[in-house]
Design a protein around this ligand. Structure first.
Ligand SMILES: [Zn+2]
Length: 172
């Protein structure tokens, strides 16, 4: 019980309203970041490839881990770059929806690929093993010793898969 914040009191009502306004502000800022990140992608690239959303593994990876104290820890996905951070802040599905809309209006190609094994497959030799993923950030292939930031390695695999799909679609 916090003194002066009795349930139903005027001060409590105002405090609740302030918190609600703050949440709305944070949400607006996150959506704004997602819009900016999506716009930068659409302006910079003709073809954009992303991991498909409707796959169980994807949502499992994105689920936050309870920290045991009633709160949530960051889910461990890399949030180092501003772009990644914007995406995570707004929520991946919200970001893809925004990106999809902007890509469509700008006449860009947006390609979704199966996310299975994108982060454990070596982008140099194709060796796929969970041991390749040394930590959340570090990828090192146990077969050819190729080493890279795990997100960069995964991004190369995702792009390659997307371009292969695109080529197959064009050949058909
Ligand atoms: Zn390799």
């Amino acid at each position: 019980m916090v003194v002066g914040r009795k349930r139903g009191s005027e001060r409590r009502r105002k405090a609740v309203a302030r918190v609600a306004a703050l949440h709305a502000k944070v949400r607006r800022q996150r959506l704004d970041s997602a819009h900016k990140a999506a716009l930068a992608l659409v302006r910079g690239y003709d073809v954009i490839v992303h991991e498909a959303l409707n796959v169980a593994g994807m949502t499992r990876r994105a689920a936050p881990k309870p920290d045991g104290e009633g709160g949530y820890l960051a889910n461990g996905q890399s949030a180092e770059s501003g772009l990644n951070k914007s995406i995570l802040d707004a929520g991946w599905s919200a970001f893809v929806a925004i990106l999809s809309h902007k890509a469509q209006s700008a006449g860009r190609e947006l390609i979704a690929v199966n996310p299975a094994n994108t982060s454990r497959t070596c982008s140099r030799c194709g060796h796929c093993a969970k041991e390749n993923r040394v930590t959340q950030a570090v990828f090192r292939c146990t077969a050819c010793e190729f080493s890279a930031h795990a997100d960069v390695n995964a991004a190369i695999n995702i792009l390659r898969a997307g371009l292969a799909l695109r080529e197959a679609a064009q050949a058909a």
